[in-house]
Design a binder for this molecule. Structure first.
Ligand SMILES: *Cc1c(COP(=O)(O)O)cnc(C)c1O
Length: 390
């Protein structure tokens, strides 16, 4: 157990855009982070969904070592390299998509998706929804429903609007056959409070977009790649996008994003339309290939679903005994406890007891444990939360 987990002074040489707290982490093992004083923390944040296979996973270690053995960390996209091509084949084979583009982060993937949708549609407007988070670059910030993130950086990119989520009339009104290039939606909203989006409404948006020549972009940066118990979250919604973005867990902790597109969208793009120096390089792509293969294994996904079912029931039980918990929402191993009070003090108190959780908005405690977590480890974490919220 951590003893008071003293907050370090903010690192004086780092730009103060993060409110970093607590321990200095020096090692990771499985689902635990280990601080410089030896204290172990059960990690229900997993790098905000990045470390899906936990820490020091043998598959990732081996992939990194193998990739380094070739001497190729980077090869320019001016030339061919093997790992990126194989990763694209793997993602295409396992999804609705026909082509993949690789970049380096979630925001970059969404920015690319906007450009692809504009080029494909010949139109410019983007529609996003309340509660959304799509990134912090200029176009993605304009599609992100967080006034505090947006305000200091106005004017934002024009032509991007946010309309109420799950509002049938609002989306019908906002999506224009003559102006709208794309709608973007997270099938399960993450930062916005962990909200699975109503599948029937998504189906309605799909129909609207089909009839009006508008692309649907699913942002699965957080909810994709096994997090909800299927390889992609859209499989559970039963609605297929035209464009899908991935990032967080894709390359096992190395920075990587991907944009998956249909052949129709791909046909609108030609050499020179988009590029990024590092995207899909040999090191990140070979690690991502192993991550995708590991997560896509039906036995792995079945195990995630089994743990998800257990966790959902366990959290419902927690909430039933804790009036401070107003609502429990989630899918798979992605859950939010909406509190009747600010979430930050609970997050801090959990950390003091050796459990890392994160907020998702002011009153939601978010759980995103590594997908490799065991039931015993899940119970250990939930028991700490239960005690704190009792
Ligand atoms: C984290 C996140 C992003 C942004 O990803 P970055 O890699 O931080 O740019 C975009 N969309 C969703 C749903 C996310 O959770």
């Amino acid at each position: 157990m951590p003893s008071g987990a003293s907050a370090l002074p903010t690192a004086p040489a780092l730009l103060d855009v993060y409110a970093r707290v607590g321990p200095l982490f020096v090692r990771g093992e499985g689902v635990e982070l280990i601080a410089d004083n030896g204290t172990r923390y059960l990690d229900f944040v997993a790098g905000i969904g990045v470390n899906a296979l936990g820490y020091n996973h043998p598959v990732i270690r081996a992939a990194v070592e193998r990739a380094l053995g070739s001497g190729l960390i980077h090869v320019s996209n001016l030339y061919r390299s093997d790992a990126g091509e194989r990763l694209a084949e793997e993602l295409v084979a396992r999804s609705f998509a026909d082509r993949a583009f690789f970049c380096n982060s979630g925001a970059e993937a969404n920015e690319a998706a906007f450009k692809f949708a504009r080029k494909w549609s010949g139109k410019s407007e983007i529609v996003a929804f309340s509660g959304s988070f799509h990134g912090r670059l200029f176009a993605t910030l304009a599609a992100t429903d967080r006034p505090d993130y947006r305000k200091p950086f106005e004017p934002l990119v024009p032509g991007i609007r946010i309309v109420p989520r799950e509002d049938w009339a609002a989306v019908d009104h906002a999506v224009s056959a003559s102006r709208t290039a794309a709608v973007i939606v997270e099938p399960v909203q993450g930062e916005g409070g962990v909200r699975p989006v109503d599948a029937e409404w998504l189906g309605f948006v799909r129909e609207l977009c089909d009839s009006r020549g508008v692309a649907i972009i699913f942002d699965e940066v957080q909810c994709g790649l096994g997090r909800t118990g299927s390889l992609f979250a859209y499989e559970q919604a039963g609605v297929v996008p035209d464009i899908l973005t991935l990032a967080k867990p894709l390359a096992g902790g190395l920075p990587m994003g991907a944009v998956l597109v249909t052949s129709a969208v791909a046909a609108a793009l030609k050499p020179g339309d988009h590029a990024t120096t590092f995207g899909g390089g040999p090191l990140v792509a070979s690690v991502a290939l192993e991550v995708v293969r590991t997560i896509a294994d039906p036995a792995f996904l079945a195990d995630v679903r089994r743990k998800a079912e257990w966790l959902g029931a366990r959290l419902a039980r927690l909430a039933a005994g804790a009036p401070r918990v107003a609502e429990v929402r989630g899918r798979g191993l992605m859950w939010g406890l909406e509190l009747a009070e600010p979430a930050a003090p609970i997050v801090a108190a959990a950390r003091d007891r050796g459990l890392l959780v994160v907020t998702a908005g002011p009153q939601v405690v978010r759980l995103l444990p590594p997908l490799v977590i065991t039931l015993e480890e899940l119970e250990r974490g939930v028991a700490i939360l239960e005690e704190l919220l009792a």
